[in-house]
Design a protein. Structure first.
Length: 120
């Protein structure tokens, strides 16, 4: 099937790393259609996943992304940033998720919980 684009059938695998002045954090195997709020002091991003990541310079993935990070790429960040992994032609609705929660020892958030919104 050369030349045919096929939607990706599985969520991203790998780790998306983001660095602040005091160290780095990561999102392992990020879920599709979750808006990960990375924070206000992010200075560098490493997309070490097998999928492209949409980067937004806000905390809710609203509007158009400011950049698209290809798999296994790096870029600097201006501070406030959120990131979204989207598969194929999925709808424009996302659930906002704080990348640092749930914390150690807490109950994971169910997939249907969170602040859901749709881009116009």
């Amino acid at each position: 099937m050369s030349g045919t684009l096929v939607p990706q059938a599985a969520a991203a695998t790998g780790i998306f790393l983001y660095y602040e002045f005091d160290g780095g954090l990561g999102i392992v195997n990020p879920d599709d259609d979750w808006c990960y709020q990375l924070g206000f002091t992010v200075r560098h991003l490493d997309n070490d996943t097998n999928r492209s990541a949409l980067v937004f310079h806000n905390d809710d993935c609203l509007g158009l992304p400011t950049s698209t990070m290809r798999p296994f790429s790096r870029q600097d960040s201006p501070g406030l940033v959120s990131v979204l992994f989207r598969r194929g032609t999925s709808p424009r609705c996302v659930t906002v998720k704080d990348a640092e929660s749930p914390g150690a020892g807490s109950t994971p958030t169910a997939p249907d919980e969170g602040d859901r919104h749709c881009n116009g």
